[in-house]
Structures are given as structure tokens and as C-alpha cells.
Design a protein around this ligand. Structure first.
Ligand code: CAA
Length: 256
């Protein structure tokens, strides 16, 4: 198996496990990531944590050796399959956290960009270096990177293909935190616990509203926000959260 999925504490942990190829995404690995995301959606967990096996890479991107000899239909299919797998992260009910523990290049950074949050160890190095291969990103990088860091920074990263180290990634908002390398999962769990006790209803509506923000004019976005916030207001968890505040007790959310 190129991907491991297990439950640790209240989280699902997906590990890309091809360290001999720096966890590069061959067809098997993409298929297993896609299946693991489906499986995580059925688990009783509070977040999906994604990381790479070994101490060198999160994921070095699409498997370049698999690109030899594929035709245009095969190339298009590869992009569609990769994009579809990563799009599942966007629509996963639980939030996802990419723990970038080394190189996150090409499709590896695109996987991290499709995750809700990105944490980096001090050794993390991120890039969209496809231009060096005569290519452009194909698993969502040209679309998600500008949404995260803005058009100017995205163009500069993609057109130079340069490597961005952890500190710079933090300063440009590409990663949310730099975490201790010694126990990266414990650090990721601590981060996830900052939101994981809240209602999944409220968390998933929040993500839906924020993700739609950049794809529509402000007035439309405000209308959509009013609708989604009304949906959230109808939930049992909203009734519980409001009652708990008034009764001065901790809320007990049920994700309903
Ligand atoms: N595909 C296939 N194999 C890869 C790989 C990749 N993307 N990245 C690394 N590997 C393999 C290497 O071929 C090598 O295998 P062998 O020992 O069998 O030769 C092994 O992993 C270790 O890699 P290196 O010896 O190169 O390790 P390094 O420490 O010297 O360099 C690196 C690390 C800078 C990340 C370098 O491996 C590298 O540049 N890799 C390619 C990164 C890249 O270009 N990614 C983008 C791919 S295209 C893409 O992702 C398109 C898309 O949008 C989906």
C-alpha cells in the first residue's frame, strides 16, 4: 500500500508511504489517496491529518517517471483524476490539516493547498516547479495558490518554480504555523484541537461560505452568507450553543 489510513486519538491520519520516491504521486498512490479520503469521510473522527512517510518529503509531486509515453488523453485523465481526488478534500465534512514535513513540490503542494490548513516543519520546502519540466501545475495549483497567497505571489512562484522555505511560506500565509519536527503528529493534533470540539455543522458551513467568497461579487457573497448563516442557525448545535452560553455551561455539540 502506498497510503496508510489509521485512527489516532480522535483524528484520522493519512500517510503517503512511498519514501523511496519522496512520496511522489503515481497512479496507485492517487487512487489510494482518493479511497482514503472516502474512508475518512465515514469515520467518526474530528479531522483528517495528512502527512508523508520518512523525514525528507511530504510529497514530491506527480510521479515524473510515469509521464513517459502517456498520450494526451492519458494526460487529461491524470489531471482529472488528481483534481477530483483533491476536490474531495474541499468537500469533506471534517476539516483537513496537511503536515508538510519536508518537500511539498508540484502535486504535493497542490494536495496541501486542497487541505483546509497547512502546518510546516522547519525543514519544509514548497514549490510548484512544473515550469522546469516544461509543464504547468495540473492538480489545482494555478487555481488554489492565487486564492491563498494572491495573484502576484502565485505567478512569481509558478513562473520561477523556486523553492519557498518554511519561514517565507509562513510570512506569505501559505502555511498557517511552523510546528516542532520532533513530534509532528502531536503538534498537528494540538492545532486541530483548537477547532475540533466545535460543531461540524458550523465548521463545514464556515468553510463553504469562505470558499465561495472569492468566486463571486461581494453583494452575491453577502446574500449567500445570510442564507448559509440561517441554515447554521436552524441546527440543533446552534440551539445548544446559544442555550449553553445563557446557562453559563460548556456546549455539548452533536454535529446535528
Ligand atoms: N517523481 C518520481 N520520482 C521522484 C520524484 C517525482 N516527482 N521526486 C523524487 N523522485 C525520486 C527520484 O527519482 C529518486 O529516485 P531514484 O533514487 O530511484 O533515482 C528519489 O525520489 C529521491 O529523489 P532525489 O535523489 O532527486 O532526492 P534529492 O534530495 O536530491 O532531491 C527533490 C529532492 C529536490 C525534491 C527532487 O527529487 C526533485 O526535484 N523532484 C521532482 C520534484 C518535481 O518536479 N515535482 C513536480 C512534478 S510534476 C507535478 O507535480 C505536476 C502536477 O501538477 C500534478
Amino acid at each position: 500500500m502506498a497510503v496508510e489510513l489509521k485512527t489516532l486519538e480522535e483524528f484520522a491520519v493519512l500517510t503517503i508511504n512511498r519514501p523511496e520516491a519522496l512520496n511522489a504521486l503515481n497512479a496507485q498512490t492517487i487512487g489510494e489517496i482518493s479511497a482514503a479520503i472516502d474512508e475518512a469521510a465515514q469515520m467518526n473522527v474530528r479531522a483528517l491529518i495528512i502527512t508523508g512517510a520518512g523525514d525528507k518529503a511530504f510529497c514530491a509531486g506527480a510521479d515524473i517517471k510515469e509521464m513517459i509515453g502517456i498520450d494526451l488523453t492519458g494526460k487529461m485523465r491524470k489531471s482529472e483524476i488528481g483534481q477530483a481526488a483533491f476536490a474531495k478534500l474541499d468537500s469533506l465534512r471534517i476539516p483537513s490539516v496537511a503536515v508538510i514535513n519536508g518537500y511539498a513540490f508540484g502535486g504535493g503542494l497542490e494536495l496541501a493547498l486542497a487541505s483546509t490548513f497547512r502546518l510546516a516543519t522547519p525543514r519544509a520546502a514548497v514549490a510548484l516547479p512544473e515550469v522546469k519540466l516544461g509543464l504547468i501545475p495540473g492538480y489545482g495549483g494555478t487555481q488554489r495558490l492565487p486564492r491563498v497567497v494572491g495573484e502576484a505571489r502565485a505567478l512569481e512562484m509558478i513562473m520561477t518554480g523556486r523553492t519557498v522555505r518554511a519561514d517565507e511560506a509562513l510570512s506569505m500565509g501559505l502555511v498557517h504555523r511552523i510546528i516542532d519536527d520532533s513530534d509532528r503528529l502531536a503538534s498537528a493534533f494540538a492545532f486541530a484541537r483548537e477547532f475540533s470540539s466545535y460543531s461540524l455543522v458550523a465548521l463545514s458551513y464556515t468553510r463553504e461560505a469562505v470558499m465561495r467568497a472569492l468566486s463571486r461579487p461581494l453583494q452575491d457573497g453577502l446574500k449567500m452568507e445570510a442564507e448559509i448563516s440561517t441554515l447554521a442557525f436552524q441546527s440543533s448545535d446552534a440551539r445548544e450553543g446559544i442555550a449553553a452560553f445563557i446557562e453559563k455551561r460548556p456546549a455539548k455539540f452533536t454535529d446535528q
